[in-house]
Write a protein that binds this ligand. Structure first.
Ligand code: ZN
Length: 494
């Protein structure tokens, strides 16, 4: 949950700001000076909303907007096509997400939340505090790139550009461009559409760039970091099964989970999925060692039907089951590390016949769902774990990137990777959501220009064209609103 202190803090800061603003505005002596100061700096304060507008970048926008007109025309025409397709696709996507959410709510499907394309994100609830910096910086950058799209497209269409600004609404940062509205109304619907679509187009391009960087990151970082030889531990979570003197440590390179080889982080997760699905693996132990190490007490059946044979409450001993030619239900209580540390894995006695000495395949006799897992990592000895595989799977943070030099930070590639993922999903979401034909979003203006272009000759009366647009807007708005409300409910109420 969101810590109450953080909420109170945010509300407190806003109240203090609004109070100071109101006091200064009502003060007889300072009023004129304050209003002039605000106007001069382009600052505007209203409840839970502060914005700053500047003409500092007007020249730069002008330069870019007049650069290679042909190329820019092609660029924004591509944006127009993308925008129109996305506008209609967003309705389908929202409808699909709504159906998925409703199915989840009524319990008719087992679709995992993460499988959904669109998801409401609430900082502090389904966004961990440690990731908030990524979230807000990615939102701000996506917003700025979006507005640069509108701004440059507008200048190309000869619309006057008044200024660029950024704002903070409650806790969400954003950006805007101030265009001369009268000019916007005078240009043709196609020109308008190019400007309105430019924002979502730029968001799509930004998401695409983030995706490419994400894919090519191993290549970009090649001079500094190498990949493909294992998963490097960057953090061992406190009090997790991986912590402790015989556990995993920052800097360890994980090579194997049982016999499943780990070349990268994805392998690590795949190995755990396999282990959870498959029955427990066994280990080859020669008969002599088995007899020597066995300290079996009275065997008894656990509540779940599995057998326990270690009665000494030792944390290092584990009950193993095995069979020989005479008996198929034998048990041995063995010190796990000594017994299996370097043994070959097996499923049946047949798998152990390769060794010269007569060996048997012993399998840990553990409670259902519980597994004995051997993690091989360099430079230290293997780590043994008994428990739910998922508890070990998420006990460490891992990276694919091994630094070539000591001064390089282990987290640096992870930071870039995480940031690219946020940029990809937030900029992508901004492209889709803004294109929804919904009141007050870009989609509203995109739809209106689009209908002017396509229905101009079909429906002669402008009033009737607007009526068609109004109904589509109503549908889009209802879809978006119900998705947001249900999404919020799903995130907070569960
Ligand atoms: Zn926009």
């Amino acid at each position: 949950m969101v810590p109450a202190a953080a909420v109170l803090g945010a509300v407190g800061v806003w109240c203090a700001l609004y109070l100071a603003d109101s006091l200064l505005k009502s003060s007889k002596s300072l009023n004129t000076w304050y209003e002039e100061w605000l106007a001069y700096h382009g600052i505007n304060i209203s409840p839970f909303h502060i914005r700053w507008q500047t003409t500092l970048f007007n020249r730069l926008f002008g330069k870019v907007g007049r650069w290679k007109p042909q190329l820019l025309c092609l660029w924004f025409n591509l944006g127009l096509a993308f925008g129109v397709v996305t506008m209609f696709a967003s309705i389908i996507l929202l409808a699909k997400t709504l159906v998925q959410t409703l199915a989840l709510m009524t319990g008719e499907t087992s679709t995992v939340q993460n499988e959904r394309i669109l998801q409401v994100v609430v900082p502090g609830i389904n966004l961990p505090a440690s990731q908030m910096a990524y979230f807000f910086i990615a939102i701000l950058i996506s917003g700025v790139i979006h507005e640069i799209g509108h701004g440059v497209a507008a200048i190309r269409e000869q619309v006057r550009f008044n200024g660029f600004g950024v704002f903070l609404f409650i806790i969400y940062p954003g950006a805007f461009v101030d265009l001369y509205t009268n000019h916007l109304q005078l240009i043709s619907p196609v020109q308008q559409l190019r400007i309105f679509c430019a924002g979502v187009w730029h968001n799509f391009i930004l998401a695409l760039i983030a995706l490419i960087v994400l894919y090519l990151l191993p290549l970009f970082l090649l001079p500094l970091y190498y990949t493909g030889i294992g998963a490097l531990v960057t953090e061992v979570h406190e009090n997790s099964p991986a912590s402790g003197p015989r556990g995993l440590f920052v800097g360890d390179i994980i090579k194997y989970v049982e016999d499943c080889s780990v070349h990268d982080v994805e392998n690590w997760h795949k190995c755990f999925e396999d282990i959870s699905l498959k029955p427990q693996t066994g280990y080859c132990i020669n008969e002599e060692t088995l007899r020597h190490l066995n300290s079996m007490g009275r065997a008894y059946r656990r509540l779940d039907g599995t057998m326990e044979c270690c009665s000494n409450n030792s944390l290092v001993d584990i009950c193993f089951s095995y069979s020989n030619n005479l008996d198929s239900h034998l048990y041995a209580c063995l010190p796990a590390r000594k017994a299996i540390e370097s043994s070959q894995i097996c499923q049946t006695n047949m798998d152990c016949q390769k060794e010269f000495v007569p060996s048997l395949c012993v399998k840990p006799s553990l409670e259902n769902q519980t597994r004995l897992i051997r993690v091989t990592h360099s430079p230290k000895m293997a780590m043994l774990f008994v428990g739910h595989p998922i508890h070990l799977q998420y006990a460490v943070s891992l990276t694919n990137y091994m630094p070539r030099f000591n001064f390089l930070h282990l987290d640096f590639p992870v930071v870039i990777e995480t940031f690219c993922k946020y940029l990809l999903s937030l900029s992508g979401a901004l492209a889709v959501i803004n294109a929804v034909p919904c009141f007050a979003l870009d989609g509203q203006w995109m739809l209106s220009s689009f209908l002017e272009i396509t229905l101009g000759s079909l429906i002669v009366e402008k009033q009737n064209r607007e009526l068609v647009g109004f109904f589509i807007l109503l549908l889009g708005s209802a879809l978006l609103a119900s998705n947001v409300v249900l999404g919020l409910w799903m995130v907070t109420a569960r």
